[in-house]
Design a protein around this ligand. Sequence first.
Ligand code: PLP
Length: 280
Amino acid sequence: MIPDANGHVCRALTIAGSDSGGGAGIQADLKTMHQFGVYGMSVITALTAQNTMGVRGVVETDPAFVAAQLEAVFSDLGADAIKTGMLATAEIIATVADVLQAQATGPLVVDPVMVAKGGTPLIADEAVELLRSRLLPIAQVVTPNTPEASVLVGFDVDTWDGVHRAADRLLNLGTEAVVIKGGHLHMQNTFPKPWRVPHNQVVAVDTVLYRGAYTYFLTPRVESQNTHGTGCTFSAAITARLAQGVPLLEAIADAKAFIYRAIVRAANWDVGHGHGPTDH
Ligand code: PLP
């Protein structure tokens, strides 16, 4: 932590689920915030009994106790930026939205977590509508991957045109900016000409819509088993940089570079028997 001359330390809050395996959720968020020199705090919305092989069980936090954690943080420490991750039920989302609307001051990053890598659902179907109607209107940025974007907009986001239409649709729900993560997309052939990359080189493109303009962030695509928690780490990195007062596009660029390096460094790690963590 590097305080300023007045002793001020940048503070970031994650509102998310715990991953006992340490690769995703709260654990990934706090480690990532620490890497950026930001003081991390956590409101835990669910416990998962989980390892690199999958999710064995989930216990949701009582919504009143989610509220109690939020009140404890805001009444004393405060937060310069906030992110949400796994919010399992409509009641938890409504509670989080109520408290954030009344008490939060910093920017809000919404990572619309829906399924774990192994396919276990992490949000109830009926809760998705609450993400749309209660959280996106108060978000600075929402960070879906393409399967999550598809659920949020109601059509398959699997083409280059679909990515742009989805970003537009999400922006209309009230968030200031949208990042659609391209890690799940394989549509190399449809990219604009300047992006044509050497044969066999595959890129991962994140599409950002902000203030009426699209910005594209490209990195080489890394083939790795160890990608558990990549979405959490990316959105926590954006949150950490926003907590430090960095402008949004710069925060996204820094987060993209951070997650790329974290995946590259962990690509040959032997941690667990399934989808291992990245080096956050
Ligand atoms: N949050 C929790 C608590 C999780 O267990 C998971 C995945 O298992 C996620 C979020 C999402 O993980 P990822 O960043 O890999 O999409």
